[in-house]
Design a protein around this ligand. Sequence first.
Ligand SMILES: Cc1cc2nc3c(=O)[nH]c(=O)nc-3n(C[C@H](O)[C@H](O)[C@H](O)COP(=O)(O)OP(=O)(O)OC[C@H]3O[C@@H](n4cnc5c(N)ncnc54)[C@H](O)[C@@H]3O)c2cc1C
Length: 417
Amino acid sequence: MQVVSNDNDYFMKLYNTLLVLVLSAIALCLSGCFKWAARAKDKLPQETALDKTYSYKGKVIIIGAGASGLAAAKVLEQNNIEYIILEATDRYGGRLKKDTTLADFPIDVGAEWIHSAPITLNKLKGKKGDEIDEELIPYYTENTASWDGENYKVNPSWQNKAMYNFLPESKFKNSTWYDFVNENIAKTVKHKIKFNAPVTEINYTDNTVIVKTENGDSYEADKVIVTVSIGVLKSKKINFIPEMGEKKKKAIESITFHQGFKVAMKFSEKFYPDFVNCKVKSGEKGFYDIAFKKNSQTNILGFLCTGIETQKYYDLNSEQEIISTLLQELDEIFDGKATATYTGDYILENWGQNEFIQGTWTQAIQEKKTHLKILNQSLDNKVYFAGEIYDPYQQMGVPGAILSGYYSIDRLLSDEK
Ligand SMILES: Cc1cc2nc3c(=O)[nH]c(=O)nc-3n(C[C@H](O)[C@H](O)[C@H](O)COP(=O)(O)OP(=O)(O)OC[C@H]3O[C@@H](n4cnc5c(N)ncnc54)[C@H](O)[C@@H]3O)c2cc1C
């Protein structure tokens, strides 16, 4: 009897300890101690290339005019260094894009949320101090639900609060990520972009690097910085001469870069909550109120899908079929209200099948550190890499892309040779 009682004591103690641990974790979450943005803020660099001066005398070619390429260019412009930007498409911004046709506010067609602490915006544009110029919307959604294909479940308010405390994101109130980069970075460098110039070859055999584009043009520089997405590198659209080493190729292949697309649809009534998370096997799928706290008179519902689930929509024959399928899914959740109130207006951006993007976003935090280190290595101190996945400060998305632009151009300008 005595022995049994001791066992009971032991298990009671273990149970109590576990209970305290679980409750403490929930309490910490609720009190905001696990805040992602707060931790990411600690990882921001004290200074970036914007705060330094360089006396580099060579010529630089930047490949890609997305956030990271434009950021690298800003440093070159600031230091009067000779450079050009070769951009495959007829626009700059890459995965940043805005639409002003669908709603009474500008819609982010690509990157939308500010995952980092707001102060990060100052670091990105080289502004000192804690006061930010942008008006932001804290993304604290109080009305969210989940849908597993059969059951619709409203999330309890403690879960919404815990989510916000863990990942306190925000959105621009009257503008977009594209506007932010356009105003603070692209404005002074866009005259140096050569549009419709897809790079097909980078030959770094000799001291001078030779870059060739699809239309047969050839450019020379002392150093090159490649800012195309990891998806474009995986697709082998760019031929490196000599070839990249096996370790580098393996590191590129190892990075997860999900396919995906984004849709914004207009309705005459708002029948949906702030966010509906749809259960999927991999990647993300969700419907969300794009007009959330935007002071808008229009009802714009967003849909974001990445990963394996995307294929189901890619297998459909047209955009119209994708929209019809989404309306059917919404009708199932909201008793036919979607079809009844749909205005027929939408925008759809298929980033995964865009030849010069080939995916959505990467998450460095989920990748092997050794691979990230190899990715960041230059080819013979002549060809450098920048973009969201190369960010050494562990910010997500756009801030990561911009900071990596500053980081890589600093290395390019500082390295010997
Ligand atoms: C749907 C979606 C939602 C997102 N949501 C968020 C979000 O909410 N918050 C966030 O912070 N981030 C988000 N992101 C990620 C964010 O958009 C990216 O991290 C960031 O924009 C990447 O910038 P980049 O300069 O590294 O690459 P890119 O934007 O991909 O720029 C690369 C540029 O290179 C050009 N290019 C490609 N190939 C060639 C070639 N051969 N020759 C010349 N030029 C070439 C491309 O046209 C492009 O302009 C989202 C992305 C997507 C797609």
